[in-house]
Design a protein around this ligand. Structure first.
Ligand SMILES: Cc1ncc(COP(=O)(O)O)c(C=O)c1O
Ligand SMILES: N[C@@H](CCCC[NH3+])C(=O)O
Length: 419
């Protein structure tokens, strides 16, 4: 997998992505702009394919990580399936040229409308997360005269050892059905005419650096698969979710081969197809946020570099105190100064990085690295800020995959009061 320093240095010491200098992207598209490398996302996808070689397996890219149509299209062309959590994400997958028959639908709050939409599109599997959802899905399927393919997302109660906000497989999380309830739910599902049991799913959390918990979860899930088989309920697939972590600063995340080794070992004797739902590890290190310093603002206690990107563009630092590497696009021969890199938003939490030693001047470009996942998808319009443009670099070429928003569009759906 690509390590975090995705951009490389050109001869004149300016950062570039593949063969395109970031200075040229800033000039052509302005800032802030998300920049992605097609080669990096392809390499990350192929690392999973390599790890799964010889196994019947599908990689269902988790759309929530980055749902831009250009990104989805690139993954679709690589043969990916998709993991979605809303009808909106399904529409995106279809608009991007993805195959609905390769889509799994996760999420605790699927509405009847979304269920109908997914049944009409012919998705591969609903990952059902509660008994009430099973009932609802059975009745929606009956109304549409369709049969809904399902897996239960089981909560294996394994500690993924990650940030509590992004841990999803513990008993006290809202996700999945309780391990102890799973068998009874499968028995019930087997009696429902509108339901076809296809598999079992689990996803224990995100940004996992230790491969052991995923292996442990697979072992726990396997005990259910074996028990179901004794009752005549056989499954076509085992979905072990996403979660593999990436390097943001000095982490040493496993490569796909190592991350999947315990899972593949646990499932070595099984013939079911393996499904994966990786998001961050496919796109996180393939993207950066390009921003320009508007002002350097020295202070008595702290120095600030005020940039034109903000927490509305990249929420992870404000939300999780997440670390993103910040690199000047042009290396300067200046004394280093310690800065907080902050945006123009009226919140003290509006920072992108804190206490970074940087050699920079007013007007310099900065690359905020490892921003490809949960960057643009979590962006907002807070402070009536237009969301950033997005660009995909492919060798020497550069494709605009999302135009910068236009302010009039931001309030186009709003109305003044009648006279
Ligand atoms: C059900 C499900 N699948 C897949 C993912 C993708 O996770 P990640 O981006 O960590 O690979 C998530 C997010 O954590 C998820 O909730
Ligand atoms: N938004 C989170 C990850 C959420 C995972 C979704 N299940 C992040 O930026 O790290």
């Amino acid at each position: 997998m690509t390590a975090y320093p995705m951009p490389t240095l050109t001869g004149d010491a300016a950062l570039q992505v593949e063969a395109v200098p970031l200075t040229a992207i800033a000039e052509q598209f302005g800032t802030p702009t998300y920049v992605y490398s097609r080669a990096a996302l392809t390499e990350a996808f192929q690392a999973y394919q390599h790890a799964l070689a010889g196994r019947r397996a599908s990689i269902c890219y988790a759309v929530k990580a980055n749902s831009n149509l250009g990104i989805l299209n690139a993954f679709a062309r690589l043969g990916a399936g998709f993991d979605i959590v809303s009808g909106g994400e399904l529409q995106r997958v279809i608009a991007a040229g993805g195959d609905a028959a390769k889509v799994v639908f996760s999420g605790v709050g699927k509405t009847s409308v979304e269920m109908r939409q997914a049944l009409d599109a012919g998705i591969r599997c609903f990952n059902v997360e509660s008994a009430a959802e099973l009932d609802r899905l059975a009745s929606v399927a009956a109304e549409c005269g369709k049969v809904a393919p399902i897996a239960f997302r089981v909560n294996p109660d394994v500690d993924p050892k990650t940030h509590p906000y992004i841990s999803t497989g513990l008993k006290n999380n809202k996700f999945g059905v309780a391990f102890d309830d799973a068998i009874a739910l499968y028995r019930k599902a087997a009696t429902l005419p509108g339901i076809a049991i296809k598999g079992i799913a689990s996803h224990i959390g995100s940004q996992l650096l230790d491969p052991a918990p995923a292996g442990e979860a697979a072992e726990r899930v396997l005990t259910l698969v074996e028990q179901l088989a004794t009752e005549g309920i056989t499954l076509a697939h085992i979905d072990i979710g996403g979660g593999m972590g990436i390097r943001y600063s000095d982490e040493t995340p496993p490569v796909a081969d190592d991350y999947l080794a315990p899972v593949l070992k646990a499932l070595a004797d099984r013939s079911e197809e393996i499904l994966l739902e990786p998001g961050r590890s496919l796109i996180g290190n393939a993207g950066l946020l390009l921003t320009r310093i508007e002002y350097l603002k020295p202070g008595q206690e702290k120095h600030f570099a005020v940039v034109d990107a903000a927490m509305n563009d990249l929420a992870r630092p404000a939300l999780y105190d997440a670390f993103h590497e910040v690199v000047p696009v042009i290396a300067r021969d200046l004394p280093a100064q310690t800065y907080d890199v902050v945006g123009p938003i009226c919140e003290s939490g509006d920072f992108l990085a804190r206490n970074r030693a940087l050699k920079v001047a007013d007007g310099d470009l900065l690359a905020i690295l490892s921003a490809g996942a949960y960057g643009m998808t979590m962006a907002s319009n807070y402070n009536t800020r237009a969301r950033a443009a997005e660009v995909m670099v492919d060798g020497k070429q550069c494709h605009l995959i999302r135009e910068r928003e236009n302010i009039a569009d931001l309030f186009a759906l709003e109305r003044r009061l009648p006279d």
